[in-house]
Design a binder for this molecule. Structure first.
Ligand code: FPP
Length: 248
């Protein structure tokens, strides 16, 4: 097991924990620029933060953690930055997969990933296969992911089923739709965290976050800490969630 900071974990009321937390890990580039470093140094620092937050999620026995690693729009970045991120994903998986496995993490990738280099696609497949029977934190890495793209892909799969005569259009329900999303079988997002000051959803988990609580911080991702993560969870525990109904 990863060692844990018991005092820190004890601050969270286990009965008021979210089941599924999603994180937009923003601000790596700005963090690096402010320090006169290359943007790539910001991404490298961001990986260290991700490792700490996953460890905290494991120790808290969080059900699902989803992180936004690369959006369908991120291909528009300079090729050198895209290449660096791809290299970082490979290095991270290669280095961390056995430790994640030892900690009962079940990794999954949301998004397309078929445009990634064959070697990275193989690492992704191997990591998913290695951890597929694990029962701990469902760790979703959104890579070449866009919420609209995911919804379109789900709609296309349902349309094909209608065309084949397996379904009629009236059969399509929210439940059936969810079964075609990349997150099929996972709980909806309860809490969405975004670091580094911007207040937007950036095409992340548009369906799954329909009733999510949002938590924004100015802290850039490389400086985000397990303490601040716990602050977000505690704040979530104080929210009144009505899901469109009234409180009694
Ligand atoms: C946003 O910061 C961050 C990204 C587009 C990449 C996120 C990647 C990591 C945290 C590293 C590794 C992830 C894995 C799964 C190994 P930005 O570059 O948009 O920052 P800026 O808004 O300050 O420019």
């Amino acid at each position: 097991m990863w060692e844990s900071d018991a005092d820190l974990l004890a601050r969270v009321d286990k009965d008021k924990m979210p089941r599924h937390v999603a994180i937009i890990m923003d601000g790596n580039g700005r963090w690096a620029n402010c320090r006169g470093l290359l943007r790539s140094a910001g991404h490298t620092a961001g990986v260290k933060t991700l490792k700490k937050i996953l460890k905290t999620a494991v120790n808290l026995k969080l059900e699902a953690l989803t992180v936004y690693a690369f959006s369908t729009e991120n291909w528009k970045r300079p090729p050198s930055e895209v290449d660096f991120l791809m290299h970082l994903f490979s290095e991270y998986l290669e280095r961390e997969k056995l430790e994640m496995h030892a900690n009962n993490v079940r990794i999954k990738f949301l998004g397309r990933t078929e445009d990634f280099a064959p070697s990275l696609q193989k690492l992704i497949r191997d990591s998913v296969e290695l951890m597929k029977n694990n029962t701990g934190v469902k760790f979703n890495v959104a890579a070449d992911y866009g919420g609209q793209d995911e919804i379109i892909r789900a709609a296309q799969k349902l349309a094909c089923r209608v065309k084949r005569g397996e379904l009629s259009p009236e059969d399509i329900s929210a439940k059936l739709f969810e079964e075609e999303l990349d997150t099929a079988g996972q709980p909806p997002v309860d809490l969405m965290i975004r670091t580094s000051g911007d207040l937007r959803v950036s095409n992340f988990l548009l369906w799954q976050a329909a009733y999510a609580e949002f938590w924004f911080t100015d802290t850039p991702w490389p400086e985000f800490t397990p303490e601040e993560f716990i602050d977000a969870l505690i704040d979530f525990g104080k929210r009144s969630r009505r899901f469109g109904a009234l409180n009694n």
